[in-house]
Design a protein around this ligand. Sequence first.
Ligand code: CA2
Length: 143
Amino acid sequence: MKILVINGPNLNMLGIREPGIYGRNTFADLLALLEETGKELGVEVEQYQSNHEGDIVDKIQWAFGKIDGIVINPAAYTHTSVAILDALKAVSIPAVEVHISDVDAREPFRQISYAGKACVKTIKGHGFQGYREAMQYLVEQYR
Ligand code: CA2
């Protein structure tokens, strides 16, 4: 099984600013967790991060026919991007939406998710562990 993990804009800055919301761990720490989780679960993991909406759409399209499950934290594009929603629907690969913070407890605009409408599950507020839970869920449901 192959899992693609997509992280959206500014997540590459994790650990550098706003430790109160996103924690002190860095983006490199997150990538290490994904790698380790992939080994534990016996799945191939490809990670992708971009600050650009169209590049994320391209990566989702690229996944068609190559990837069995997607874990996606579209970051700010969660709340704005119909293009990412449409791309997820177009490829029809089971996708789990992850948010590090509890978006429901934050500003009202963060409580709207377009991408989530194309996802089989959403995990929010579990920190980096949310990515691990998302990968476990895809393996349990779709391997
Ligand atoms: O909680 C999440 O995972 C979010 O997807 C993170 C996004 C935010 O726009 C969503 O509403 C919720 C923001 C990611 C920005 O990451 C930063 C990292 C370091 C410093 C500042 C921002």
